[in-house]
Design a protein around this ligand. Structure first.
Ligand code: K2U
Ligand code: NI
Length: 185
């Protein structure tokens, strides 16, 4: 199983690389790795398992975060409208996005960042993602709000982008124009 010992931390060069496309159909090895990434998220959200193995809770994980420069992400969460998302995806691509932005009022964190980095992280409010799922099926996901934020955070990892790269350096708490807050007040 993946534990925090397997998660690389900021400063590791792999987090700043553009990850490589995964050849499809995926190898058994890549499929197993992606399944273990999804398992990490489920374990990290189980209080008993998370405590036993000292796992930081996560709703998303990208392969570069376990030292693999491959375009693979896992997500596992229920959004604020009670819609469940649980996917292992190969080669996810944002094919369209809204002009409108969104953000989490509490900012963002990252399993690869062992510090608080306060500030608003502007994201597209709506995105459409195309990818190949664990069963080898092509999927097209239309996402908004929190789900859109999670997928953008993870796809950023595939492009060597960290969440704090998006924070306004002059005024970290400035609310972006044309933006709606994603989390309920
Ligand atoms: O990629 C990662 O480091 C996992 C992040 C993804 C993430 C951070 C902020 C906002 C959306 C996604 C972890 O999930 S951080 C922990 C967390 C847990 C629940 C909700 C938000 C963030
Ligand atoms: Ni992250």
């Amino acid at each position: 199983m993946i534990t925090m010992d397997d998660i690389v931390r900021e400063g590791h060069p792999v987090l700043r690389e553009k990850a490589n496309e995964v050849p499809l159909p995926p190898s058994t090895d890549d499929q197993n790795t992606l399944e273990k990434m999804l398992e990490y998220l489920k374990n990290s959200q189980d209080d008993e398992i998370a405590e036993k193995y000292n796992l930081r809770p996560g709703v998303g994980l990208a392969a570069p975060q376990i030292g693999l420069s491959k375009r693979m992400i896992a997500v596992h969460f229920i959004d604020f409208h009670n819609k469940e998302y649980s996917y292992g995806l190969f080669n996810p691509k944002i094919v369209s996005h809204s002009v409108e932005k969104t953000y989490l009022s509490s900012g963002e964190g990252c399993l690869s960042v062992d510090r608080e980095v306060p500030g608003i992280v502007p994201r597209y409010n709506r995105i459409t993602v195309k990818a190949t799922d664990l069963e080898g099926k092509e999927v097209k996901l239309r996402l908004k709000g929190f789900a859109s934020i999670v997928f953008q955070h993870e796809i950023d990892h595939l492009n060597g982008v960290m969440f704090y790269d998006h924070i306004d350096k002059d005024d970290p708490f400035t609310v972006p124009e044309n933006a709606v807050v994603a989390d309920p007040s």
